[in-house]
Design a protein around this ligand. Structure first.
Ligand code: PGA
Length: 254
C-alpha cells in the first residue's frame, strides 16, 4: 500500500482558548473522514493537549517540545511520560523558534534521544537562517543533522521524521516559500548526509517533510516536485478554511 502523505499542524501559541482548539480539531476530524491518502499530526500548545482526542487512525496528537530529561525537578518543563499519558505520539524537536529561544544542538540531541527512548516519534526540525552562494548553508544543515542524531541508532533514525524548514521562509506567504526544485535539492542533500553516516539503505527509508510558508496554492507541487513525504504547516493550519485545501491537495496525489 502507498504510504500516506503526512501533515503536521503546528499550532504554535494559538488559539487563545481551549474551546477554539477543540472546535478546530473537530473540524479537522470531519474533513479527515473522507480522506484516505493523508495522515495528520496535530501539535497544539501543551495546555490544549488534554482537551483533544481523536478516534481516527489517521489523526495523531503531537507536542511542540519536550524536556530533554526523562524525569526530575525541572520547573516549567513537560516530560515524555506526561506526554505519553496524554496519548501524544509525536514530538517536534528543534523548531527554529525554540532554537532562537536557546535550544542548542546539544540540547536538541538530548531531546531526540529522550523522545526515541520513550518510543515516541521525534519530528526533528532543521533549516538554515539564510542562503549564500558558497554553500555555507549546506555545511550548516549537515551539522544540524549530524549533531541531532549523534548516538542515535539506524533503526531509530528510520522511525524519526525530519522536517526541513528554511528559517527565512517560515511565517511568509506561499509566494515566498522555497521553490519545489530547490526543496528537491535539499532532499537529495539530506539523503546524502544520512547515507554517509548510516548507509544508503537508511537514507532511502527516512521520512522527510518540508515546512515554511506552505499554503493551499503550493502544497501539492511542493510534495510532488520537491519529493517530500509531507508538510509541516504553521499559520495555514490554524483555520479549517486554509487547512482543508492543503489536506485535499495531498490526498489527491497519486
Ligand atoms: P508557517 O510555519 O507554515 O507559518 O511558515 C511553519 C513552521 O514554523 O512550522
Amino acid at each position: 500500500m502507498k504510504p500516506k502523505k503526512i501533515i503536521i499542524a503546528n499550532w504554535k501559541m494559538h488559539p487563545d482558548t481551549g474551546s477554539e482548539a477543540k472546535k478546530l480539531s473537530q473540524d479537522i476530524s470531519k474533513v479527515m473522514k473522507s480522506v484516505s491518502g493523508v495522515e495528520i499530526i496535530i501539535a497544539p500548545s501543551f495546555v490544549h493537549i488534554p482537551l483533544l482526542s481523536f478516534s481516527s487512525k489517521k489523526i495523531f496528537l503531537g507536542a511542540q517540545d519536550v524536556c530533554s530529561e526523562e524525569k526530575g525537578s525541572y520547573t516549567g518543563e513537560i516530560s515524555v511520560t506526561q506526554l505519553k499519558k496524554m496519548s501524544v505520539s509525536h514530538v517536534i524537536v528543534g523548531h527554529s523558534e525554540k532554537r532562537l529561544l536557546g535550544d542548542t544542538d546539544e540540547l536538541i540531541n538530548r531531546k531526540v534521544k529522550t523522545v526515541l527512548k520513550a518510543k515516541l516519534t521525534p519530528i526533528l526540525c532543521i533549516g538554515e537562517k539564510t542562503r549564500d552562494t558558497q554553500g555555507i548553508y549546506l555545511a550548516f544543515l549537515q551539522n544540524q543533522l549530524k549533531s541531532a542524531f549523534t548516538g542515535v541508532s539506524r533503526a531509530d533514525v528510520i522511525r524519526s521524521i525530519i522536517a526541513y524548514e528554511p528559517v527565512w521562509a517560515i511565517g511568509k506567504s506561499a509566494e515566498d516559500a522555497m521553490k519545489p526544485q530547490d526543496i528537491h535539492e535539499i532532499v537529495l542533500f539530506i539523503q546524502k548526509v544520512i547515507s554517509e553516516i548510516y548507509g544508503r539503505d537508511v537514507s532511502k527509508k527516512i521520512t522527510l517533510l518540508y515546512g515554511g510558508a506552505v499554503e493551499a496554492q503550493n502544497a501539492e507541487i511542493i510534495v510532488r516536485e520537491g519529493n517530500v513525504d509531507g508538510l509541516l504547516v504553521g499559520h495555514a493550519s490554524l483555520s479549517i478554511k486554509t487547512l482543508h485545501p492543503i489536506i485535499s491537495a495531498l490526498d489527491s496525489i497519486k
